[in-house]
Design a protein. Structure first.
Length: 365
């Protein structure tokens, strides 16, 4: 059966994946006000460790990068020790776990930053309903454009975060370049109006992304570094008519860095900007020679089809993993899936809607 390809093992350097199923990074808001990972989060990742690869929720690299209530960080010793609880739980399972490095950029609010404006590539306001802040729902603000010196400092924040991730015991890191956050804000002509070396041409718009990855690669071997992009995405008010030119150039340049994998949100379940025909994994496969992970809206059948066609090596699943911590076993045994959970539980504190979903065998007794 074609679906059996999902359960074939795969290796990348010294990393070994027991199957082709990836836990996609999903913000769950359980780290508390101090943004320190905890035992409940360790339970969450351990429960899902039958996946071939675990990618953590987006994790802020610095105070400046914050833009989400109770999301975890990786910029102080307490956060490193908190994440160590997670990696210590997962390590005996043999499943590699990568930390996703994140800076929210303009998708934030001054409430997170003691009254200081959030930052971005340029002073372009996010056109959205509101942002949830520690003081309630607020309208988005026009961000402040980072100076060149601040860009260099932010690159160094990524370097420090990469070191902290290694100290915390992770198998590798994924640099978040998708979904309208800071790196994406530099890539996209809609949000990058700069006239210096970080704006204008595809090469200049990619420069920040490249400098971040080069900094991370000073810490980690190439096969232990991945990155995520969303060429079709509209989330956080993204998308420009030149997106195809931007992303074909970007992926050509990413390939030169010999990264372990490229994680592409090719599905349209997260929204589509409709600036042209959507880009597909097949469009990127001839350009990127490393491992490709597809993501967004896949089920067991479409995931197997994409891998069998040679356009992806692994497929990441997000929402199905929320209510089905044993998703690979359910796929393999054709067991029914629990229905999707109400979004009201996605970001609430506590175990409810987070670690209280039983594996199939337990739920059937």
């Amino acid at each position: 059966m074609k679906s059996n390809i999902l359960f074939e093992p795969l290796s990348l350097g010294n990393l070994h994946f027991k199957n082709r199923i990836v836990l996609a990074p999903m913000t769950r808001g359980r780290a508390g006000k101090q943004r320190i990972p905890n035992e409940m989060m360790a339970d969450y990742y351990y429960q899902r460790s039958s996946a071939g690869l675990l990618i953590t929720e987006a994790t802020v690299i610095s105070k400046q990068g914050i833009g989400w209530i109770d999301s975890p960080g990786i910029f102080n010793d307490e956060m490193v020790e908190g994440w160590r609880k997670v990696t210590d739980r997962v390590k005996p399972t043999g499943t590699p776990i990568f930390l996703q490095l994140w800076h929210c950029g303009r998708s934030s609010h001054s409430d997170f930053h003691n009254g200081k404006l959030p930052v971005s590539a340029s002073a372009v306001k996010l056109n959205g309903d509101h942002v949830n802040t520690p003081l309630g729902k607020k309208p988005y603000e026009t961000p402040r454009a980072l100076t060149v010196d601040e860009i260099k400092a932010t690159v160094n924040d990524y370097r420090k975060a990469a070191r902290n991730a290694k100290t915390a015991g992770f198998s590798g890191v994924e640099v978040h370049g998708a979904n309208g956050y800071l790196i994406n804000q530099f890539l996209d002509s809609k949000t990058n109006l700069r006239e210096d070396q970080y704006g204008g041409s595809p090469e200049n718009k990619f420069r920040f992304f490249k400098e971040v990855l080069e900094a991370v690669l000073e810490v980690w071997a190439p096969e232990q570094v991945g990155t995520r992009i969303s060429p079709n995405g509209i989330f956080n008010d993204m998308g420009h008519e030149d997106f195809r030119e931007t992303y074909l150039y970007t992926v050509e340049e990413l390939n030169k860095l010999r990264l372990g994998y490229l994680h592409i949100m090719d599905g349209l379940g997260f929204g589509f900007h409709e600036k042209g025909e959507p880009m597909t994994l097949a469009e990127f496969r001839p350009i990127f020679k490393g491992m490709i992970i597809g993501n967004c809206g896949y089920d067991k059948e479409t995931a197997a089809e994409r891998i069998a066609a040679g356009n992806a090596d692994m497929i990441a699943f997000g929402r199905p993993f929320i209510t089905n911590p044993d998703l690979p076993e359910r796929f393999k045994n054709n067991w029914p899936l629990n229905p999707a959970e109400d979004m009201s539980f996605w970001y609430t504190p506590g175990a409810e809607g987070y670690t209280d979903y039983a594996p199939f065998k337990s739920s059937s007794t």
